[in-house]
Structures are given as structure tokens and as C-alpha cells.
Design a binder for this molecule. Structure first.
Ligand code: UGA
Length: 441
């Protein structure tokens, strides 16, 4: 089927390439010429494992093209809206300008029977508003939220754990005939993963939009819950990693997303919980989500606590101290530094007077552009040379496996701060290091 994908960021570029690999004829649209030039040349404009291979494969087969001209969507029957909804500056609300602009630019090109598929994360009520705008063209809107994780985006797109379709319903709550026809077309697009048995939840617009923010809020809450327990462990001498293992054996709780440390960052969880709170306020149900304010505060406090730990091991002052920060990205296997806890801590250490040297396997370029005042090193050895303190901020595999003996001769002071609770304290202590972590004795 010929389909279009509007927005070629972390979500859209992967979606376009993945849909092409399923055999569809895909055109990807973005206003950013640099991004489109890279994609046309078969290069991923950001680091995402598996994406370069998928782009080359799809490009060679001829089923994937890119354009900055929205008119290139002509002939497509299904149009995926994959643009970003960042947090508004100085507010909790989501900035809807990219979603609104994409739909407005798409309108003149829509044909009766076309399907517009909303994948961006939006405040509930957006789908209803966009559906009204689209209705005069004879096209139908489906709300189909995306749950991919950066670093696993290709796998998550090709083998999602579920599909959610929000369909238009009539006053009695029954899916409209246009909705049924649109669903049949989207089923055709997703025929391969559907035939693999991927669960499909068919629902209405509000539920589909809420599913997405509810899922991300739950994940953020789980992380802040364990980080709150880390605060209790710090006050009592307990060990949060053992606590997480122990409660995680209860299948009702589960061990996933119970890793205590510097907390959550990225382009989704932080801004999604804030936008959700803002939307609840507009709907007059802000009380339902006041707990998310606490989730956000706990998350922020972990960063401050890490700076305190660094100050403690530096005997009370960071001024003039050399700190190596391992990791700039918000999580491993990504070059995304949006709201990165590691980089936020690096910034706070810098403001406290430390000389901060940051390294990262993929994120240095983005970090340097966002925080030019910090110092950067291409590798761990250069970053930790003469450091008074080494801080692990992002749990890249190569940092988990660092050899404390190898680093001992290079640093000025053997102090390691494990911001992700991934190092073996006994091993580091045996090599003569002071090991400190969040929520551990
Ligand atoms: C998140 C969701 O997990 C996806 O399902 C969703 O589709 C996506 O947002 C989105 O809305 O687009 P992502 O932002 O890629 O995905 O990152 P996560 O894997 O959720 O990690 C978020 C943050 O939480 C990272 O900074 C990570 O280090 C932190 N984290 C995660 C913890 O601190 N502890 C944990 O146990 C797990």
C-alpha cells in the first residue's frame, strides 16, 4: 500500500523504514532539509540501532522515499502523523504547533476514503478536534498511539506488544461505518504484525489518547516509587537494589522499571507527565493527577542528591575539583540528550564550580551543542585522567564493564559515584575506590 509518514524524527523515521520493510510504498515528509537529505542518502539522522540497515534495505528495494514537500503524499491512502509534541517553554502544556501544522498542510491532499493515523503523543481531546478538521475531506482519523522505546525502536515497531486503535464512534458509542472502513485499511498496513498475533485493542478516541499518557505515567511512577524507596534506604542504611529484587519477585509488582538511580529523562516521560497534569487541570480533574507532581519532584531530587554525594566525597566543596561524567544521553543505546539526568547533573556540578569532563559513546555531539560550557572527552580514559571523582550517569554496556584497576592509575582520586546502580561495589572497593551510589550503603 502507498502510505505517507509526516515527521521523520525518532518516531517517524523508524516508522517509515519499518513500514517499507513490511512491503509498503512509503514516503516520509519532514520540514527539516538536513534530516531529509540524510534519510535520502540512506543515513539515519540520529543513533538508533538497526535503523541504518533498515534504511539501506528499504532504499535499495525502492519502497522508501523522502521529501520536504507535503505534495509528495499524493496517492497515499494512509497518512501517519508522527511529529513531536514538546513541552511548552515555561509551561507544563504540550506544544501542539507541529501536529496542527502537519494536519493543516495535509488537508488539501486528502481524498475521500483516506485514513489519517495519529501517532504523536497528544493531550486527550486532540483527536476529536482534528477529526472535525479532517471530516470535510471525506478522510477518517484513527488514533493509534506508539509505544516504542528509543534504542529498541526498530524491534518495537516491527514487533509491538500491542496495537491500540481509537476509532470514531456515534452518539451511542458505536464505531461509525467510516471508522470500520478506516480500520480495515489500517489492518492491511499492519497485516504482518497482526498475523503474528499482536494484541489489538479497538476503542474510542479518548481512551486511545489516554492509553498512551497513562502508560508513560505508570512507568514514570514506577521509577519514582523505587527512587523514593532509595531515599528511605539512604536514611536507614538499606540497599535499594536488594529491595527492588525482593519486591520484584512478586509477579504483581515485577522487577522491570524498578532500577533506582538518577531517574527518568528523555523526550517522553518527563514532558508527558507534565502535559497530562496540565490537561487534567483544563478538564477540572487536576486532583486525579496531583501524585504525578510528586513523581516529578522525586525524580528531580535524585539529581540534587547526586551532586551532594559528589560534594561529600570532595570533602565539602566542588570548587576546582575535576569530575568525570560517564554518559551524556538519557539512557544507553541512544544519542538523545533531551532532559538527560546525566547531563543535568554534569551541568549542576559545573555550576557548583567543578571542572566537568563528559564522555559518551554516541551523545557528545548533541551534548556539546546543548551545553558548550562543559568539557568533553572522546573516551573514558581521557575523561577520567586526573579526575577527583568519576560519576557514572548513563549505564552504557562499556561503562558497566569498566575495570577499576585499569582506571585507578589514571585518576587523581579513587572515588566512584554509581548513578545507575550497575557497578559491583565489592569489586571497586577491593581496588581501593570509595564507592557511593543512590539508595545503597
Ligand atoms: C518511553 C516509554 O518507555 C515508551 O514505551 C514510549 O513509547 C516512549 O517513552 C514514548 O513516549 O515515545 P523512552 O523515552 O525511549 O520510552 O525511554 P525509557 O526506556 O522508558 O526510559 C526512560 C527513562 O527512565 C530513562 O532515562 C531511563 O534511564 C529511566 N529508567 C528506566 C530508570 O531510571 N529506571 C528504570 O528502571 C527504567
Amino acid at each position: 500500500m502507498r502510505i505517507s509518514v509526516i515527521g521523520c524524527g525518532y518516531l517517524g523515521a523508524v516508522h517509515a523504514a519499518a513500514m517499507a520493510s513490511l512491503g509498503h510504498e512509503v514516503v516520509g515528509i519532514d520540514v527539516d532539509e538536513r534530516k531529509i537529505d540524510a534519510l535520502r542518502a540512506g543515513r539515519a539522522p540520529f543513533f538508533e540501532p538497526g535503523l541504518p540497515e533498515l534504511l539501506l534495505e528499504a532504499g535499495d528495494a525502492g519502497g522508501l522515499t523522502f521529501s520536504t514537500d507535503i505534495a509528495a503524499v499524493a496517492g497515499a491512502r494512509v497518512h501517519f502523523v508522527c511529529v513531536g509534541t514538546p513541552q511548552m517553554k515555561g509551561e507544563f502544556r504540550a506544544d501542539m504547533r507541529y501536529v496542527d501544522a502537519s494536519v493543516t498542510s495535509l488537508l488539501p491532499h486528502l481524498q475521500p476514503g483516506d485514513v489519517v493515523v495519529g501517532k504523536s503523543t497528544v493531550p486527550v481531546g486532540t483527536a476529536e478536534r482534528l477529526a472535525e478538521q479532517i471530516a470535510p475531506t471525506g478522510a477518517t482519523l484513527i488514533w493509534n498511539p506508539e509505544f516504542l522505546r528509543e534504542g529498541f525502536a526498530v524491534e518495537d515497531t516491527l514487533h509491538p506488544d500491542r496495537f491500540v486503535y481509537g476509532l470514531p464512534t456515534d452518539e451511542a458509542g458505536v464505531v461509525t461505518a467510516a471508522g470500520e472502513a478506516a480500520k480495515a485499511l489500517l489492518d492491511e498496513v499492519y497485516a504482518t504484525p497482526l498475523s503474528d498475533g499482536t494484541p489489538l485493542v479497538v476503542t474510542d478516541y479518548p481512551t486511545a489518547q489516554l492509553v498512551k499518557v497513562a502508560a508513560n505515567s505508570f512507568l514514570a511512577t514506577k521509577i519514582s516509587f523505587i527512587n523514593a524507596m532509595a531515599e528511605l534506604c539512604e536514611a536507614t542504611g538499606g540497599d535499594v537494589t536488594q529491595l527492588a529484587d525482593a519486591i520484584g519477585y512478586d509477579v504483581r509488582i515485577g522487577r522491570k522499571f524498578l532500577n533506582a538511580g538518577l531517574g527518568f529523562g528523555g523526550g517522553c516521560l518527563p514532558k508527558d507527565i507534565r502535559a497530562f497534569m496540565a490537561r487534567a487541570g483544563e478538564l477540572g480533574v487536576d486532583q486525579a493527577l496531583t501524585f504525578l507532581r510528586e513523581v516529578d519532584s522525586i525524580n528531580g531530587r535524585r539529581r540534587e542528591r547526586m551532586v551532594e554525594l559528589a560534594r561529600e566525597v570532595c570533602e565539602g566543596t566542588l570548587v576546582g575539583k575535576r569530575v568525570a561524567v560517564l554518559g551524556a544521553t538519557f539512557k544507553p543505546n541512544s544519542d538523545d540528550i533531551r532532559d538527560s539526568p546525566a547531563l543535568a547533573v554534569a551541568d549542576m556540578l559545573d555550576k557548583a564550580g567543578a571542572h566537568v569532563v563528559v564522555t559518551d559513546p554516541q551523545g557528545i555531539e548533541n551534548a556539546r551543542a546543548a551545553r558548550p560550557e562543559l568539557h568533553y572527552a572522546e573516551n573514558v580514559l581521557d575523561a577520567v585522567r586526573d579526575a577527583d571523582v568519576v560519576l557514572l550517569g548513563t549505564e552504557w554496556a562499556q561503562y558497566r564493564e569498566l575495570d577499576p584497576d585499569a582506571l585507578a592509575g589514571v585518576v587523581a582520586g579513587r572515588h566512584i559515584l554509581d548513578g545507575r546502580n550497575v557497578l559491583d561495589p565489592a569489586r571497586w572497593r577491593a581496588a581501593g575506590w570509595t564507592y557511593r551510589a543512590l539508595g545503597r550503603p
